[in-house]
Design a protein around this ligand. Structure first.
Ligand code: NAD
Ligand code: UFG
Length: 351
């Protein structure tokens, strides 16, 4: 239980939209450990209730879950009417870059309309604290690395544009009503899993992202990894990213909530890069995963994937200075935890 001193009320809960998903489930555990109370709101379009059951086992408590869509105003209004919601962590959204190119209208509708409806209902019920899941994709192809929060914003695909538009909507909302307290977290590349091996990333079909793909190669579900491009201007020619352990990322949300609830909150410092500050190449990850899993990871270097960039890693100093948050988990831990989840649950949450 946390006192919400700015709203002058106690025991208010956090509404976690998209809380049944990969980052959401890990964040629920960190919120619980920090003493925050929450309600999960998710339409389960990319997750399952089994994930929430596993979180219940880990935390030893039941979770309040409401199945619903962020675009469903009536259900959200009812939720705010029936519960004292002090703040919102807004994870809900579609997130596959390639799919967003094929289905832009679905992405704009789900991500942008979903956020607009949520914000309208928050305003109606005078709930004015929100943490939003943005992405390093808003920096597009950065002119330099490491990336700081003041880099130009420029994204190249519909998914990225939904993140950028939502950021702009939130900034406009603040201009119109300065009681809003908004934190934007720009995640770099979340990977890994909870150390219990009970929850983790469970992609539908063929994984788009590197770590889940490698995991499926290691466990024998896929023959080899295709490495997209071996001729980038990086230390070994393969793409470099800032991989961050999902448990470190989850903790960043707790720190951001503490910040939003504190008198130190300042809208001038409310957008944060959430990364480690270290860049690893695809081949570095293959090597680390091989060591963690003790499995061969066969790979072939193929042509570059459209829209990919050479290098992307964060300068995370602002989050350290303002939120007091810093990533602590190494690439070895990311691979070990990812492997534990994959090998204990070769079919993800499916029985
Ligand atoms: P995820 O797909 O596992 O979780 C998203 C959850 O939102 C799912 O449980 C899904 O069912 C739910 N959802 C989607 N649309 C909804 C709607 N309209 N109403 C209610 N629920 C809805 O994804 P994740 O990896 O946990 O990502 C969480 C957030 O972080 C997303 O907004 C994503 O764009 C952002 N993000 C993710 C990454 C990444 O690589 N995983 C990187 C940067 C940003
Ligand atoms: N890669 C491969 N083979 C694969 C998958 C990926 O070689 O099968 C390479 C990519 O080319 C890239 C690196 O591995 O160099 C990482 O690729 P991911 O697809 O895992 O991640 P991205 O950096 O492309 O994008 C991810 C999320 C986006 C998010 C972005 C920044 O998918 O949604 O991080 O947060 F916006």
């Amino acid at each position: 239980m946390v006192l919400d001193d700015k709203n002058g009320c106690s025991m208010s809960k956090i509404l976690v939209t998209g809380g049944a998903g990969y980052i959401g489930t890990h964040t629920l555990i960190s919120l619980h450990e920090a003493g925050y109370e929450f309600i999960v709101y998710d339409n389960l379009c990319n997750s399952s209730q089994e994930a929430l059951k596993r979180v219940e086992k880990i935390i030893g408590e039941d979770i309040e879950f409401i199945k619903g869509d962020t675009r469903d105003k009536k259900t959200l209004q009812k939720l705010f009417q029936n519960h004292d919601i002090g703040s919102v962590i807004h994870f809900a959204g579609l997130k596959a870059v390639g799919e967003s190119v094929q289905k832009p209208l679905e992405y704009y509708d789900n991500n942008i309309n979903g956020t607009l409806v949520l914000l309208e209902v928050m305003k109606e019920y005078n709930c004015k604290k929100i943490l939003f899941s943005s992405s390093a994709t808003v920096y597009g192809d950065p002119h330099a690395t490491p990336i700081t929060e003041d880099f130009p914003l420029n994204t190249t695909n519909p998914y990225g544009r939904t993140k950028l538009f939502i950021e702009e909507i939130l900034r406009d909302l603040y201009v119109s009503d300065d009681e809003f307290e908004i934190v934007i977290l720009r995640y770099f590349n979340p990977v890994g899993a909870h150390e219990s091996g009970m929850i983790g990333e469970d992609p539908n079909g063929i994984p788009n992202n590197l770590m889940p793909f490698i995991s499926q190669v290691a466990v024998g579900k896929r023959e080899y990894l295709s490495i997209f491009g071996g001729d980038y201007d990086t230390h070994d020619g393969t793409g470099v990213r800032d991989y961050i352990h999902v448990v470190d990322l989850a903790l960043a949300h707790v720190k951001a909530l503490d910040y939003i609830n504190s008198r130190a909150f300042n809208i001038q410092h409310s957008t944060f890069n959430i990364g480690t500050g270290e860049g690893y190449s695809v081949l570095d990850i293959v090597k680390a995963y091989k060591k963690a899993s003790q499995k061969e990871i066969p790979y072939k270097i193929v042509k570059r994937r459209a829209g990919d960039i050479a290098k992307c890693f964060a300068n995370p100093n602002l989050a350290k200075e303002i939120l007091g948050w810093k990533a602590t988990k190494t690439i070895e831990q990311m691979c070990l935890d990812s492997w534990r989840w994959q090998s204990d649950n070769p079919n993800g949450y499916k029985k």
